[in-house]
Design a protein around this ligand. Sequence first.
Ligand code: NAD
Length: 383
Amino acid sequence: MKVGVAREAAPGERRVALVPEALGKLTAAGLEILVEAGAGSGAQIPDEQFVEAGAKVVPTTELYAQSDVILRVQKPTESEAKILRKGQVLIGLLQPLLDPNLMQTLADGGVSAISLDAIPRTLSRAQTMDALSSQANVGGYKAVLLAANAYGRYFPLLTTAAGTAKPANVLILGIGVAGLQAIGTARRLGAVVSAYDVRPETAEQAESLGAKILKLKTTIDATGAGGYARELTAEERAAQQADLNEVIASQDVVITTAQVPGRKPPLLVTADAVHAMKPGSVIVDMAASALGGNCELSKAGETVVTGNLVTILSPENLPATMPIGASQFYARNLSALLLQLIKDGALNLDPADEIAGPVTITHGGEIRSEAVRKLLEPAGGGA
Ligand code: NAD
């Protein structure tokens, strides 16, 4: 079976789906690896390194003509999707719920679309395939580095002959995978870290990394299904915002990571809260996207400096800013999934399988994912 690694085309995307270190296990399993020329350039991996690891570097047309399976990081553009042919398999972080029309295009073209963001995350044998976690980890780390870079003071307590610098007070809102990594990274830089989440089970994890749990006046338990949070009610939201407004003003750095599956990210840092912060404070809104973010004043992909001199960073694709590390993790996730799906030299996309079932979004000309089918219903559906 021929497996092709595509060059990413999305603006700013520097990751690559496989790295040379990941090829050994795949070639040992009998796979022939083709790599689109220049696919690793964004991650500083020259074509020769792929060749040395046993791959064949080919031009774009050859990659799409010959590969049985195409590996990517991000979903293809509509025009790239149309190059794919019937029977070909596409694997990547395809975001099927954000772009159901693309899934329809792939299904119509007879392409089997497999999405790593549909991996069952609570299944322990799927943990090595959990690309959402591996990339969120990179994001949480990088968000702290960006914050430290934008903050015009020290993170650690520093005593020098020229005086003493106070440690930065860093607040992490949302203690999922990215939030936990952000806590660990900010602590390693010496900041005083506090953290908050609406799932009480996160408290122990945050404390074990050295964060103090922020206790609001209103206690909210919004534990939802599958380890995620549920959306708050309007009353809970108002109480949470009022409580957070009181706390945020005293923070030097706020990093927000809060998400609710299938919903707009919750608004945690209001404009009033930002206006009450000290000049020089920094906010990194990791949830910012076209849907909105956790901070009322953030603008996805941009840096905003408010009138009271608070810097708000809203990076859209943090993992792509650390492309080598992020690609290494992603390649491990992807090769673990690929090896799991192979049975007797071919891909086995058994709908009843607890991993192959959920990750297969389209197959045999049809959309298998019920959530995607619902979104495509004429009434507009809803996840
Ligand atoms: P996510 O990106 O969906 O959300 C990030 C965090 O934001 C979550 O902790 C969530 O509770 C929090 N949040 C949502 N609304 C909030 C609000 N209004 N106020 C404050 N915080 C809010 O989460 P994630 O990082 O993808 O992780 C989701 C879950 O998946 C976690 O429980 C994680 O432990 C779990 N997970 C499990 C495994 C496993 O069991 N193998 C692997 C990876 C992740």
